[in-house]
Design a protein around this ligand. Structure first.
Ligand code: AMP
Length: 592
């Protein structure tokens, strides 16, 4: 998407927000931000087609913060999200962007969290509420949440809310909001039911879509490496070890990340320099000249600083942070394969970002191959091969007479064979950088991420839209009965959505769901904590209290207690089933 907005300063944001963006190291607005912030500041409705990773949270959070009246203590903005994890993340993002706005309060409200805590915060007064539809409805019915002062409603990941059976709830909530308000709807896809909600609740919306322009990048071999954020640096090290590269350009999102990554690579023995917009022109030029001249092999850059960069020896572009859109991707990988040479592009991607990968493939009309993370064995093999080659090269190119004399002397004095001496010297040669490679990436890290759980954690979520065949963990199940069925309009999705959010349990632990006329059954892991059981009894789906109970009539007992995670509120159930190693199927994801 082309946009005339290249700097945050062009966006009519006030100094505290601009200061925050500067501190966060954001260099320029992402395309969705450039397209969404101005109409949202003008009070227009927005229909945005954007997925995770495009910067959409800031796209709605910044205008909301900009227009906030701090003196009013009633919620002025409501953000609806499909899951509690996303609600927490969005609330944290608001808090982060508001770091220079003293007195700002945001409250995440979601099922499973203590109601009294939420009530206390609501009474104290909040400016922004971020919540899952079920819990927001609860508060509205109890009249503990007032939407009278609401100015903006955001529907985040609307297609995901549809998939989880929340769309009617969203509709109902929107009906409880004041007629005069701004609505922004974000969705990765725009299926018909979402369009209908948009049609009903949005007024003359600005449609914002991250265009996927097609382009050819024929000379660049494109691969991707699936890796979670916590293992990215180790993964990068592995890739740098095995790739046969000349010069490497690594892309990150922020100026701070550029500086930090360059420093961390240096610390690991890979001389590198940063290239970003805060550096003086002279320093930037010097860095580029060093790269061009071969005095420097690794540069870590932001998009803005690398714009138009033309250095022929760049053999590899590594997208360490995913680009915001296909256009940025195409520009980035165009920094290699210059002047008809071959080039390599490697993209690091977290499972939740896989959608963007598919969009890029569509835009470039080329598949991006999966690149398995190089294994420690492969790296060790690579180091050994390099060493052997070096030994041969030195033998062929250097005059070794002085050293041969020395070896003869050692043989004589220490009564060692030439083999023994060579082995000792080899040991010395690799002591600072042992041939046998090790790092912190667990052996099954890729497997874990390759088949993410059914839903519930954002990091492990499968690509949206492609409805995953629900994968359930291998566990001892108890069949429960709930008092909501077909005649109430229940679907497996809204039952799963409600139970996952309210019990704080990952979707993969929710087993088979059978819908009958006036009741349904659902399989859940053995060992449900009593507080979760009590809570689930009162949860409603399609206005019906679940009144959950065991199908066999027995009272639940706590054989293998699940671990309540306190930081997620009292009602978070992490079944203990996965800790039984003999039960774990190798292809199943494990809990981090
Ligand atoms: P989102 O798509 O909202 O989940 O954002 C993805 C990530 O991009 C988050 O980690 C943000 O902090 C980061 N981000 C958002 N906007 C920018 C920007 N303009 N520059 C750099 N990073 C950003």
């Amino acid at each position: 998407m082309s946009s005339l907005i290249e700097h945050f300063e062009q966006l009519a944001l006030s100094p505290p927000l601009l200061e925050t963006l500067k501190e966060l190291g954001y260099e320029a607005p992402s395309p969705i931000q450039a397209a969404t912030i101005p109409p949202m500041l003008d009070g227009c409705d927005v229909l945005g087609q954007a997925q995770t990773g495009t910067g959409k949270t800031a796209a709605f959070a910044l205008p909301i913060l900009e227009k906030l009246s701090l003196s009013s203590r009633e919620p002025q903005a409501l953000v609806l999200t499909p899951t509690r994890e996303l609600a927490i993340q969005v609330a944290e993002a608001f808090q982060g962007y508001a770091r220079h706005i003293p007195g700002f309060h945001v409250l995440p409200i979601y099922g499973g969290q203590s109601m009294s805590l939420q009530l206390r915060h609501l009474r104290r007064g909040v400016h922004v509420v971020v919540g899952t539809p079920g819990r927001v409805m609860d508060h509205l019915r109890r009249e503990t949440l007032s939407l009278a002062a609401l100015r903006t409603v955001v529907l985040d990941e609307a297609d995901e809310m549809l998939r989880m059976g929340f769309i009617d709830d969203v509709d109902w909530i929107l009906e409880q909001t004041p007629a005069e308000k701004q609505v922004a709807l974000f969705s990765a896809t725009m299926p018909e039911p979402i369009r209908r909600v948009a049609h009903r609740h949005l007024r003359d919306p600005r449609e914002v879509k991250i265009e996927t322009r097609t382009a050819t990048v024929a000379t660049v071999r494109q691969r991707y490496c699936q890796v979670g954020a916590q293992h990215k640096l180790d993964a990068l090290t592995r890739v740098l070890e095995v790739e046969d590269a000349d010069a490497i350009l690594i892309f990150v999102r922020t100026k701070i990340a550029a500086t930090e990554l360059a420093e961390r690579l240096e610390a690991r023995g890979y001389p590198s320099a940063a290239l970003h917009g805060d550096m003086t022109q002279a320093l930037r030029e010097k860095t580029i000249e060093q790269l061009r001249g071969g005095n420097l092999d690794i540069v870590v850059a932001t998009d803005v600083a690398a714009r138009g960069l033309d250095v022929q020896r760049i053999s590899h572009v590594i997208n360490y942070d995913i680009p915001y859109d296909t256009e940025a991707y195409i520009h980035r990988i165009g920094r290699t394969g210059r002047a008809g040479r071959a080039g390599d592009a490697i993209l690091f991607i977290a499972p939740r970002e896989l959608r963007l990968l598919r969009a890029i493939e569509k835009a470039t009309r080329q598949p991006i191959e999966r690149m398995p993370l190089p294994t420690p064995e492969a790296i060790t093999g690579h180091r050994l091969a390099q060493f052997k080659q070096q030994v041969g090269e030195v033998f062929n190119s250097q005059d070794l007479g002085f050293f041969q004399e020395l070896i003869i002397e050692i043989e004589r004095e220490q009564e060692m064979s030439a083999h023994d001496i060579a082995a000792a010297l080899t040991y010395l040669a690799q002591r600072d950088r042992p041939f046998q490679f090790e790092d912190a990436i667990p052996k099954d890290a890729e497997k874990e991420r390759e088949r993410p759980p059914g839903r519930a954690t954002r990091e492990g979520r499968p690509p949206r839209g492609e409805r995953p065949a629900r994968e359930t963990a291998d566990f001892d199940k108890i069949r429960y009965r709930i008092d909501v069925g077909r005649e109430h309009g229940a679907t497996p999705q809204n039952i799963m959505g409600a139970i996952a959010n309210e019990a704080g349990i990952e979707g993969r632990y929710i087993g088979r769901i059978e819908i009958h006329d006036d009741y349904s059954t659902v399989d859940l892991p053995d060992g449900m904590p009593p507080e979760i059981f009590r809570h689930l009894k009162r949860v409603r789906v399609r206005q019906q209290m679940l009144n959950i109970r065991r199908l066999d009539g027995a009272e639940p007992e706590r054989k293998r207690p699940g671990k309540p995670k306190t930081e997620r509120g009292s009602n978070h159930w992490e079944p203990a089933v996965e800790r039984k190693p003999h039960r774990r199927r190798s292809a199943q994801p494990t809990v981090d």
